[in-house]
Design a protein around this ligand. Structure first.
Ligand code: 5AD
Ligand code: SF4
Length: 448
């Protein structure tokens, strides 16, 4: 590579699609690139290496990636030294890997989720030997000590487990991320201790189902809580079938654990939940929800819903609407079912036309708007402790951060006497509730 021969540093552009687990993998990819001496660019046009870390959860995520790869054809023609890398969940699927390999001849390196740690070796080979590499072999070990290049100084995502064993019938994750495996508490606690001493104040523990962490999730949270320092802990995602009342009791007694539960229900129909292989009923779900709301007043509960699962009837869909009305979620992430090759649901009859699913989807958004609208009124007049994350993007107030409930708080720093408050905790008196955020003013000076 010319630039390299001239001793100039090469620049990488890393683009991530999908969930927080993928962003966490990208932080490791960037960490490995930094150790190899790469610089970084936010502009793909000027990059020497372009990396797409991809998602397989829904078809539209995959189409987006193919579109992005397709648009590189001119850049690659103009600069044959450009290295194109496609990795992550999407390419772990054999049919996608084959399509990429056969149709996009200018993709130099294709690797799956299991061989992240082999990235420097593979990339070096591609650069030096100028040959294409495809590697989607499986490896179910937990690999520790990969370097991490974090985007923020005050917050950190910490994977506590990888993979998923739940095999929800619609979901590609168990196939592309492999069997569930947990990191040990010692390693996790060591990493968090280090980061606390470096000033990190916000930890997000990651796993597809954190409640099935092999060494006990409630115990892990208690051990993290016991680490000296002022910081907050949140986690995602919880699975309703494994979320115990004990865990809610731990949250209720804690100082540092977030008062936010992301608890995907997926459907309000027990028949569909069973077909989805979710392992709980609507009644069981509602009983956890009620317990959480009693034990942790003000707790924020968000969810995921899939519309148009194979065989879903109007009655099933009505049950989901009824659930949304009675559960009053703070917000819900909503998706139209997307068929994933190799899953159980892909083999089920799916007679409802796409147009009807779209109509249901729109109908559901209107119901959600109604049922979740006003949810944040409960915070008006209260003082929330907020970790200031930066300037407000809404333009409604100067700064923005998140409360312990995971709620976006936009605020003016009135009483904070011009201190640099980004990355610090402030107390904000809430004056107004919007649909997606609350607005307030700093009440006391920065307390940390
Ligand atoms: N189709 C639509 N939505 C899906 N999800 C997972 N798989 C699919 C699929 N095949 C949704 C679920 C999950 C969220 C991360 O994505 O709601 O909780
Ligand atoms: Fe997919 Fe279900 Fe595992 Fe979540 S719990 S990642 S929806 S299989």
């Amino acid at each position: 590579m010319n630039k390299q021969l001239l001793g100039e540093s090469l620049h990488a552009y890393v683009r991530t699609f999908g969930c927080r687990a993928n962003y966490s993998d990208s932080e490791k990819i960037s960490g490995m690139l930094a150790e190899m001496g790469f610089g970084f660019t936010k502009n793909a046009d000027s990059a020497d290496v372009i990396i797409f870390n991809t998602c397989a959860v829904r078809e539209n995520a995959e189409s987006k990636v193919f579109g992005n790869i397709g648009s590189l054809v001119h850049q690659k023609r103009a600069n044959p030294d450009l290295i194109v890398v496609v990795c992550g969940c999407m390419v772990q699927q054999e049919h996608i890997m084959t399509k990429l390999h056969d149709t996009f001849r200018y993709v130099d390196l294709i690797f799956g989720t299991h061989v992240l740690h082999e990235f420097p070796e593979m990339l070096t080979k591609v650069i030096i030997e100028r040959k294409r590499i495809v590697n989607i072999s499986e490896n179910h070990k937990v690999i520790e000590d990969l370097p991490v290049r974090r985007e923020f100084a005050y917050k950190a995502d910490i994977p506590i487990m990888y993979g998923c064993d739940n095999y929800c019938s619609y979901c590609a994750v168990p196939y592309v991320r492999g069997r569930e495996r947990s990191r040990t508490p010692e390693v996790i606690l060591g990493e968090i201790r280090d980061l606390v001493s470096q000033g990190v104040k916000d930890f997000l523990l990651l796993g597809q189902n954190v409640n099935s962490f092999s060494y006990g999730f409630a115990e892990l949270l208690q051990s993290i809580e016991a680490i000296d320092g002022d910081f907050k802990i949140s986690y995602m995602t919880s699975h309703p079938k494994d979320l115990s009342k004990d865990l809610i009791d731990v949250i209720a007694q804690s100082e540092k654990i977030s008062h936010h539960l992301h608890l995907p229900i997926q459907s309000g129909s027990n028949r569909i939940l069973q077909l989805m292989n979710r392992g709980y009923t609507v009644e069981e779900y509602m009983s956890i929800l009620q317990y959480a709301r009693i034990k942790v007043p003000g707790i924020s509960i968000t969810t995921d819903i899939i519309v148009g699962f194979p065989g879903e009837t109007r009655e099933d869909f009505d049950a989901t609407l009824a659930l949304l009305k009675s559960a009053r979620f703070d917000s819900a992430y909503t998706f139209i079912y997307s068929k994933r090759e190799g899953t159980k649901a892909a083999e089920m009859e799916d007679p409802i036309p796409a147009a009807v699913k779209s109509e249901w989807f729109t109908e559901m958004l209107a119901v959600l708007d109604e049922s979740s609208g006003g949810a944040y009124e409960r915070f008006v007049g209260k003082t929330l402790r907020v970790l200031c994350e930066g300037e407000s993007r809404s333009g409604k107030r100067l700064y923005s951060g998140k409360s312990r409930e995971g709620v976006i708080v936009d605020f003016d720093p009135r009483a904070s006497s011009g201190e640099d408050i980004i990355g610090k905790f402030v107390n904000v008196k809430i004056e107004e509730a919007l649909k997606w955020a609350v607005l307030g003013s700093v009440q006391l000076t920065v307390d940390n």
